[in-house]
Design a protein around this ligand. Structure first.
Ligand code: GDP
Ligand code: MN
Length: 376
C-alpha cells in the first residue's frame, strides 16, 4: 500500500523526522484558509505519481488568494491520469540544498539498504540514468541497525554538506526505525532539503507499506481507504480479497497467484481483456467463492467470468458448491466458464451439471470459451 505524501509526513512527524508545517485541503477555500495560517506556501497535488513538479502538481503561492487559485486548478482534475482529491498546503521552504535519502529492501541480501545521493530533487531513476556514481548504497545489518560510522561514511561518500551531517545522521536513523516500525518496503525522502538557515527538512515523502503487515499496523491500515484510487479495489480489499482491477471485461477467479496470472496470460493471448486478478487462495470454501463472484461483479464492465481452479488443498466439490451458491444468491447476467482439475474435480464437475455454468476441459479452451460467450 502506498501512502500519500501528507499521510507519510504524518508518520514522519510522529517518528520525529522534521517536515514542513502543512495542512491538507480538499476545497480551494480550505487551501486559502490554510495559506492564511502558513504564509508563503507550496500547494501540492496528492496523487501517487512522482515528478508532480514537472507535471504542474506543485505550485508556489505568494498569497492566500493565489493558493486558492492554484488549488482550484488542481482539485477535481486529473494529473497524469490520476484524479486530485486533495492538496497539501505547506509553508514554503528556503531551499539551500536538495538531497536524496531512502531505505528499501534488497531482496538479494535480504536486508534493508540505505540509499543516498547529493543529487536530490529529480526522480531516482533519472539520477540513476544521468549520474549513477552519485548514488551511494549501503546494506544494513539487521542485528545492529545503521551504526554511526556507517552513516558518516555514507554521507561523506554521497558528498553531503558536513555542516548538515549531524541533523541528517539523526534522520537516517529515524528513517531506518520508521521502516522497521511501519513494516515499510520503501521510505523515500526526495528532496531532503537543507534550508538556507541550515535546517534539514523532509520536503517530499514516499512511503510503501507491506500489505501483508497491515493486520498489525492498525494506524496505517486506517490510511488504506483514503489512499486507494479505485473504489472497486477498495471495496474488494475491505472484504479481504486479493484483488487487482485490470480494466478489461473478463472477470478472472482462480486459486493461487501463479495460476491466476497464467489465466490472465491465456485470456490475453486468446484475444481477451482481463477485468481483474482475484486469487481465492488455498482451501477456499463455498462462501469465499460466492464472495469472489460478488466482488468480480462489482465491476460493471465485466461481461463474463472465468474460473480456473486447480484442486490441491482447495477441493473441486467445495468450489462447485460455492459457484452454485453464488449464482443462486445473486442475479448473474453474465456467462460463467469453469475449468477444474485436481482434487475432487470429478465431483465438482458433476455438481455443475444441469446448471447454466459452462464447463471447460482445459485452461486454453476455457479462455477461448469465455471470450466467445462474453461477446455474444
Ligand atoms: P515531486 O515532483 O512529485 O517529487 O514533488 P516534490 O515535493 O519533490 O517537489 C518538487 C520540487 O519542488 C522540489 O524538488 C523542489 O525543488 C521544488 N520546491 C520549490 N519550493 C518548494 C517548497 O517550498 N516546498 C517543497 N516541498 N518543494 C519545493
Ligand atoms: Mn519528490
Amino acid at each position: 500500500m502506498k501512502l500519500y505524501e501528507f499521510q507519510a509526513k504524518q508518520v514522519f512527524a510522529s517518528q520525529g523526522i522534521p517536515v514542513p508545517r502543512g495542512e491538507v485541503a480538499s476545497t480551494p477555500e480550505e487551501a486559502r484558509a490554510a495559506a492564511e495560517r502558513l504564509g508563503r506556501c507550496a500547494v501540492k497535488a496528492q496523487v501517487h505519481i512522482g515528478g508532480r513538479g514537472k507535471a504542474g502538481g506543485i505550485k508556489l503561492a505568494n498569497s492566500p488568494d493565489e493558493a486558492r487559485d492554484y488549488a482550484a486548478g488542481m482539485l477535481g482534475k486529473p494529473l497524469r491520469g490520476l484524479m486530485v482529491k486533495r492538496v497539501l498546503v505547506e509553508e514554503a521552504l528556503d531551499i539551500g540544498l536538495e538531497y536524496y535519502l531512502s531505505t528499501t529492501i534488497d531482496r538479494t541480501t535480504k536486508r534493508v539498504v540505505l540509499i543516498a545521493s547529493a543529487k536530490g530533487g529529480m526522480d531516482i531513476e533519472e539520477i540513476a540514468a544521468t549520474e549513477p556514481d552519485s548514488i551511494i548504497k549501503h546494506s544494513i545489518d539487521p542485528a545492529y541497525g545503521p551504526l554511526d560510522f556507517e552513516i558518516r561514511d555514507v554521507m561523506a561518500r554521497a558528498g553531503f554538506d558536513a555542516k548538515a551531517s549531524r541533523a541528517i545522521g539523526a534522520i537516517v536513523r529515524q528513517v531506518y526505525q520508521t521502516m522497521l516500525d511501519a513494516d515499510a518496503s520503501l521510505v523515500e525522502i526526495n528532496p531532503l532539503v537543507v534550508t538556507g538557515g541550515g535546517a534539514v527538512v523532509a520536503a517530499d515523502a514516499k512511503f510503501d507499506v507491506d500489505d501483508n503487515a497491515l493486520f498489525r499496523q492498525q494506524a496505517l491500515a486506517q490510511f488504506r481507504e483514503e489512499s486507494e484510487e479505485d473504489p472497486i479495489e477498495a471495496e474488494a480489499h475491505r472484504r479481504g480479497a486479493t484483488y487487482v482491477r485490470l480494466g478489461g471485461d473478463i472477470g478472472i477467479i482462480g486459486n493461487g497467484a501463479g495460476l491466476v496470472m497464467t489465466t490472465l496470460d491465456l485470456v490475453t493471448r486468446a484475444g481477451g481483456h482481463p477485468a481483474n486478478f482475484l486469487d481465492i487462495g488455498g482451501g477456499a470454501q463455498a462462501d469465499s467463492v460466492q464472495e469472489a463472484i460478488e466482488i468480480v461483479l462489482l465491476d460493471p464492465k465485466v461481461k463474463g467470468i472465468l474460473f480456473n481452479i486447480f484442486g490441491g488443498i482447495t477441493r473441486g466439490d467445495e468450489v462447485a458448491k460455492g459457484i452454485i451458491a453464488g449464482t443462486k444468491s445473486i442475479d448473474i447476467k453474465v456467462p460463467i466458464v469453469v475449468r477444474m482439475a485436481g482434487t475432487n474435480a470429478e465431483e465438482g464437475r458433476r455438481l455443475l451439471e444441469g446448471t447454466n455454468l459452462v464447463p471447460a476441459a482445459g485452461p486454453i479452451e476455457a479462455a477461448e470459451k469465455i471470450i466467445q460467450l462474453s461477446r455474444q
